[in-house]
Ligand binder design. Structure first.
Ligand SMILES: [Zn+2]
Ligand SMILES: [Zn+2]
Length: 139
């Protein structure tokens, strides 16, 4: 049952991160300039199914341009344009370090956003397990 609590905590953390991101985003995007051009993120196209790596800075910049206000008040980030098929289907993705699958973030509903839908591996969870093991060793 502990896992459910962890997932809940992570969900709240992500929500807070999104709110902070959305709020700070309005200030002219100064945060983007602090990002390095060499920082990469995985993306996946929902239209053609292809995944590739792109600059995180570029991704955030394009996401900002594609974000539109919604009736509910929360801005909605539309998918970016795919360089492979030219359609708007690009969303943030992860590459599984275990099986190599490229999958969109939160592929497994209600679970960690980097949970692989194919082999169920999660880098976040692996990191957490490693930390836990370390703490137990240290007493
Ligand atoms: Zn595509
Ligand atoms: Zn995997």
């Amino acid at each position: 049952m502990k896992n459910v609590v962890y997932v809940g905590i992570i969900g709240v953390c992500i929500l807070v991160a999104v709110i902070v991101f959305v709020k700070t985003r309005g200030g002219g995007g100064a945060g983007l300039d602090t990002l390095s051009d060499t920082e990469m993120t995985w993306v996946k196209c929902l239209k053609c199914g292809q995944g590739y790596e792109m600059s995180l800075k570029q991704f955030l910049k394009e996401s900002r341009e594609k974000t539109v206000p919604s009736p509910s008040g929360m801005p909605v980030a539309l998918p970016l344009t795919c360089k492979e098929c030219g359609k708007d289907g690009i969303v943030r993705a992860f590459k599984c370090e275990k099986c190599g699958e490229v999958f969109k973030a939160s592929s497994v509903p209600g679970d960690i956003e980097d949970r692989c839908p194919k082999c169920k591996h999660s880098a976040t969870e692996a990191q957490r397990e490693a930390n836990k093991a370390k703490m137990q060793q240290g007493g």
